[in-house]
Design a protein around this ligand. Structure first.
Ligand code: ATP
Ligand code: MG
Length: 453
């Protein structure tokens, strides 16, 4: 994709220097000598990124930034600040700038920032597209996923749904195993009959046994009446045993017998109960390992695993993240009665990069909280929980190759300061240096910058 970058600066030298450097990288460049001309140029609608000076005649860089943030929040803005004006840079970041650079400019660093911002921009542009996609294609049984991995899973679900074969669904916590179990039932010929769910880890051994198979009156203390078990309740339908890896050997044998003989006895009873049940199981354990280590019966494992669906963690199918973001934003905006138009480039990039150990559940919770925290109509980096926002920021410090330690230190210190919104004590703590050292270094940098211009 060919990107167009608008440079707004009243200094001709800077405009042209930047233009030359960006054109070398194959970007199309547009120039404006002041804020007013710059804003007019943006109206044309083909600008993907803006680099603007802060101090300019007529309309200042701050005003340009405010206007873009309000009218074109998807366009990342990189601000250029003069020497010693870290405060205005920090303000600009707070007001939605993507990043800042101090003059004299380090062009390599600029190019890196531009590249990263445009990656985020590309994702942002997709938001609209994604919303349309979500609306038109809908999702598969309310499971969202366009990645090749999820498409394969949908295909397996479609095929397996019509059969009675047992399905084992594996994957980390929060990947959507239960949604897949629901889809298998809903698309099956049994969908008008019950789907009964049992969370095996939540029940003790004896309770689980009577939950699953029921009990006769007087079977144990407290068994005041006959109770039908979940297998009986699921007759002609589906039973979903979640966390199957947690059940002990005694219950494993009984389940094996239901699968083999389609019959069982209630706890404390003689009568044989016959059932026609489709079994779906799920676990986030490695069942093969459990079998190898003797904790899970091998014969049962093979019976459960007739069809195996492994759901990969979200970090291995990041292609699904944009569509999930769109869907969850829509859902929570509606739920909270808020008008959320989208998510800015930095926040989107942070969500895209995060590793999501809690998978989709965690992404969903994160977006719910972001919608609640968001005070405008666009989700920003600071609306995200700190673990996620902070992770993105840590990633976003670019230190170009070929510079001295002193120069690298300067970049690291200044960018950390901006990330921490100008909070010097916090920055010093994070960097593991004393506050006095930090102050001294900042003064030195201001002086260096002053000498250089
Ligand atoms: N592909 C998806 N599209 C939309 N929502 C999803 C998707 N995958 C998961 N979710 C949502 O994420 C949450 C967790 O999903 P689910 O309960 O199915 O995960 P799980 O794999 O069963 O997790 P656990 O092992 O912790 O039980 C739910 O709110 C679910 O609606
Ligand atoms: Mg689950």
């Amino acid at each position: 994709m060919q990107y167009t970058i608008l440079i707004i600066d009243d200094e001709k030298n800077i405009r042209e220097g930047l233009a030359a450097a960006l054109e070398l990288e194959d970007y199309t460049v547009a120039l404006a000598a002041d804020g007013k001309a710059g804003l007019e140029r943006i109206q044309k609608g083909d600008i993907d990124l803006v680099i603007t000076d802060l101090r300019m005649p007529k309309i200042s860089g701050e005003q340009v930034l405010a206007k873009i943030a309000a009218e074109n929040p998807g366009i990342p803005v990189i601000v250029l600040t003069g020497h010693g004006s870290i405060d205005s840079a920090v303000d600009a970041m707070r007001n939605g700038a993507y990043d800042f650079l101090t003059k004299p400019l380090n062009l390599d660093q600029l190019i890196l920032i531009v590249k990263r911002a445009l990656q985020g921009r590309e994702l942002a542009l997709k938001h609209k597209e994604l919303q349309e996609e979500l609306n038109s294609r809908k999702s598969f049984e309310s499971i969202i996923g366009k990645s090749a991995e999820m498409q394969r899973i949908f295909e397996t679900v479609r095929k397996a749904a019509s059969s009675k074969a047992s399905v084992l669904i594996t994957g980390e916590s929060g990947v959507g195993k239960e949604l897949i179990a629901n889809a298998l039932h809903n698309l099956s010929p049994r969908h008008e009959n019950p789907m009964i769910k049992v969370h095996c880890a939540a029940l003790s051994e004896s309770l689980l046994e009577s939950e699953l198979f029921g009990h006769e009156k007087g079977a144990f203390t407290g068994a005041l009446a006959r109770k039908r078990g979940r297998f009986e309740l699921a007759h002609k339908g589906t039973i979903f045993l979640d966390e199957i890896g947690e059940i002990d050997q005694n219950v494993q044998i009984k389940i094996l017998r239901v699968l083999q003989d389609k019959r069982f006895e209630r706890v404390g009873g003689e009568e044989t109960v016959e059932v026609d049940v489709r079994l779906i199981t799920a676990t986030n354990r490695d069942l093969e390992k459990e079998v190898a280590e003797g904790r899970f019966r091998e014969d049962l494992y093979y019976r459960l695993n007739v069809v195996h669906i492994h759901v990969p963690p979200l970090r291995e199918r990041r292609d699904d993240i944009p569509l999930l973001i769109t869907a969850f934003l829509q859902e929570f905006a509606k739920e909270n009665g808020k008008n959320i138009e989208g998510i800015d480039a930095r926040a989107r990039a942070a969500l895209y990069k995060f590793d999501w150990p809690g998978n989709i559940r965690q992404l969903r919770n994160c977006l719910e909280s972001a919608v609640v925290m968001c005070s405008g109509s666009v989700i920003k980096l600071e609306d995200l929980p700190p673990t996620i926002a902070g992770n993105a920021e840590a990633d976003s410090i670019a230190v170009p190759a070929g510079i001295t330690m002193a120069e690298a230190e300067k970049i690291i210190i200044r960018q950390n300061l901006a990330i921490n919104k100008g909070n010097k004590s916090k920055t010093a703590d994070i960097l593991g240096i004393g506050r006095k050292t930090l102050h001294r270094k900042l003064d030195e940098y201001a002086e260096e910058d002053g000498n250089a211009t």
